[in-house]
Design a protein around this ligand. Structure first.
Ligand SMILES: *Cc1c(COP(=O)(O)O)cnc(C)c1O
Length: 397
């Protein structure tokens, strides 16, 4: 390591720097993973099956297929529904690049529909962008707040298009009292390191459709048919058949063991997130320069992110400077997200420019995601609040 790197590492590990996010892994997870490592079976096996069953049970959905990431889950869901060249898939511009990248991987065209003030895709904008080429819609439950599924499903049933939900932020979220995971054709979840629960890397795709579940399972592991094993051989036989050129997206039992223990803690994690959100909301209520997240209707928000919008007209600094000022207070933050259409690949390939999605852009210019995770203490939350208030008071117009 050269000096620059050492210095950087030292800055990163300053013990008074509050990171933007951290996973919460306990002894239970460590023990469970060690057991798998010692067992002799480390890749997809009994623990993965158990994890799938537990997730399906928790969400109240018939099938759950464990995969290597949410990106993989979105990819195989769209592939299994037959999305391909010539098709259009409508999604939000205010999302992580993976949501749009998988559409491009399949040779289809991503079409963006602008978001509303709650950062979720606007159902009217979806409706406006449906054409005879539209094959599917991918709503993103931004920050863990469910989209208006009634209006989205009403529109997609009318036009006979598929729905695959990007629920990377939304495990445990409810819509009209029902868990996100069984509303549409398929729902993709993420267990990335800093999501609401983690398997380090990992994902899950859920569905109530038997045939779709079978197809997605096939696609998740080389397109190898298990039926062939059942038909022609005893278990463990060397014989298999490839019925589709599938992908290598399976989850390992090491990840699943971690996931089983994390799932058991998820409701607790969600409670802590909810409690911290209430603290943030209370503290910022009387700060007119800070707009707290807009929440809507009969939902349980999974609060993966707590994203404030700063009122740039009332401040002498912009969002980037605000982030720098928080960093100087030793608070880590992030921005969710750089709208997809502004990334070079998307603007160059599809001709997007600033002005195409005014709501997403306006939100992007003002948002800051504050630290929110169960490993934080109430003291940490108070520190963030104090730092935000200090930065506001120093830069008030
Ligand atoms: C994290 C994330 C993904 C990708 O999840 P991975 O498990 O890392 O593939 C997809 N969509 C959104 C909105 C995300 O935040």
């Amino acid at each position: 390591m050269d000096n620059t790197h050492t210095e950087k590492a030292m800055v990163m590990i300053r013990d008074d720097f509050l990171p933007f996010a951290l996973p919460d892994i306990g002894e239970e997870e460590i023990d469970e993973v060690v057991q798998v490592l010692a067992s002799g079976w480390i890749t997809t096996g009994p623990r993965t099956k158990e994890f799938e069953e537990r997730v399906a049970d928790y969400l109240g959905v018939k099938h759950a297929v464990a995969v290597s990431s949410c990106t993989a889950a979105l990819h195989i869901a769209l592939a299994a529904l037959g999305v391909g060249p010539g098709d259009e898939v409508i999604t939000s511009p205010l999302t992580f690049c993976a949501t749009a990248n998988v559409i491009v991987h399949l040779g289809a065209t991503p079409i963006f529909a602008d978001v509303s003030a709650d950062c979720n895709v606007d159902p009217d904008e979806i409706r406006r962008r449906i054409t005879p080429r539209t094959k599917a819609i991918v709503p993103v439950h931004y920050a863990g707040q469910p989209c208006n599924m009634d209006r989205i499903l009403e529109c997609t049933r009318e036009h006979k298009v598929y729905v695959v939900e990007d629920a990377a932020h939304a495990i445990g979220a409810k819509y009209h009292g029902q868990m996100i995971g069984s509303f549409s054709d398929a729902t993709a979840f993420s267990f990335y390191a800093i999501k609401n629960m983690t398997t380090a890397e990992g994902g899950m795709v859920t569905t109530n459709n038997d045939a779709l579940a079978e197809k997605m399972r096939l696609l998740s592991l080389h397109g190898i048919s298990k039926d062939a094993w059942k038909r022609y051989g005893s278990e463990g036989s060397w014989y298999y058949e490839v019925v589709y050129p599938g992908y290598k997206y399976n989850m390992t039992d090491i990840q699943a063991a971690l996931g089983i223990r994390q799932l058991a803690k998820l409701e607790h994690f969600l409670d802590v997130r909810q409690r911290y959100v209430a603290m943030y909301n209370d503290a910022f209520r009387d700060v007119p320069e800070i707009h707290t997240p807009e929440t809507k209707g009969d939902v349980r928000h999974a609060w993966h992110l707590y994203t404030i919008q700063i009122d740039t007209e009332r401040l002498t600094i912009d969002r980037n400077k605000f982030i720098e000022a928080l960093h100087a207070e030793h608070i880590g933050t992030s921005v969710h997200f750089i709208p997809i259409h502004l990334h070079p690949y998307y603007s160059e390939r599809f001709g997007f420019k600033r002005g195409d999605y005014p709501n997403a852009e306006r939100i992007y210019d003002r948002i800051i995601s504050l630290p929110l995770y169960p490993k934080m203490s109430e003291e940490d939350i108070k520190r963030v609040i104090a730092a935000v208030k200090k930065v506001v008071s120093m830069h008030r117009r």
